[in-house]
Write a protein that binds this ligand. Sequence first.
Ligand code: ADP
Ligand code: ASP
Ligand code: MG
Length: 469
Amino acid sequence: MIVMKFGGTSVGDAERMSAVMDIIESHLSREPVIVVSAMSGVTNLLIEAARAASRGEDRVYREAKATLLERHLQAVDQLLARSVERVEVAGLIEDRLHDFELLCRSIAVLGEITPRGYDAVSSIGEQLSARILAAALSARGIRARDIVATQLIITDDHFGAARPIMDLTRERVQALIPPLLERGIVPVVTGYVGATKEGVTTVLGRGGSDYSAAILGACLGAEEVQIWTDVDGILTADPNIVPEAHTLDELSYEEAEELAYYGADVLHPKTVAPVHQAGIPLRILNSFNPSHPGTLITSSPSPNRRAMPAIISTKGLSLIGIAGNSQEWGPLVGARVLESLADAGVDILLFTQPLSERSLHLVVRRQDQRHCVRVLERALSGELQRGIISHIGVREEVGTISVVGRTSAQPAQTVPRAFAALGRRGTRVISVAQSASEYNISFVVPEADVDDTVRYIHAELGLDMAGGL
Ligand code: ADP
Ligand code: ASP
Ligand code: MG
């Protein structure tokens, strides 16, 4: 039995879902358990709409509902044209999006999104994509059933980034999944979603479908967990930026964990631990190029593989600055900021507090910037009134670049050479975070400089050469 997770771009429309079904069909003999993300962009839209509702902007969530309805129904029309399930699936989509509208309406009345409300809204996308994919598989003659993971993944009530309770989850997974497989049914499970013991819906954190796949794989003792995305595995750089980037064929769990920790998108940071503990191989594959072997992560990668660092970059982030001008400014301000944003479901990707300057900086997703400033203005209204804080605002659009790992030829050179590349390129570095090892470093730079700087670092590390180092 294997677990196959398909990300948002891989299920972005009817055509992509058809390609995914071809991939599933070619793996049927390995008893696949499928995990799906929401169609690309859907979770963002749901969250934006809920936040707009909290500001009383009714029009935004009504428009979001119409957009989501049209997009999903279009996929249904194309995939289920001749299916008996077509009407039922369309009905479910309408019902779920009606629930979404009701949720937004109550958020508008309250004037705020509770952590629980955030999870209820943001988990809707996976329910729609899983239902459509399961019905489309059935229409192809492959018996399939969608399962909302509220039934499977039991978590604590840390809304926004809930943590699984593994023994309870294992019990549920073991009770529900093997009987389906025995009957030749392909389970299609919603990624990202879980529920508390009491049955209240939770989510595992943005990008958390990878984590869902790893949790299910560990609970089922899967042969392999496959993460199907839109690039050929983990590469020396994002191939959309550096076309000559090379795939890292093999990594150890420890290397992958470090990479995922710094790497934001390509692999959710929590994904490696469950499969590492269970000793299950993890593979990153490309649903747009399924014959490519991708990246294989195991406990014992081949000793003569080429060791190459990876440059992981993320755009679409914002730097938020909080400035103070009083003697009362102190570390407690930072603590308040972190606490209030965690409660409001805003991920902080980087945080610096140079006390000497009475300021602090946060990096958040661009999508979260407006909400983040609003939450901070509320949480710190006392400090703003008393003049302890003089300003809270968006400073600039930024991206992060992380360089993780070492080269076989010059193991200790990764960090100095990354710095040299920044110097040559003249990139303004806004912030730096380095891990305890000399093999990892992350930079925050202006967004407009990300692509060019990634290309400079890739060249400086000698990674452009044919075949890599
Ligand atoms: P999914 O929707 O399948 O979960 P993500 O968008 O979360 O996919 O992650 C894959 C993306 O990660 C790629 O499309 C690519 O733009 C980005 N990425 C950044 N750096 C790298 C890298 N070094 N190797 C592979 N992908 C990278
Ligand atoms: N749909 C969720 C998100 O966009 C989870 C995922 O795609 O992994 O964050
Ligand atoms: Mg992802």
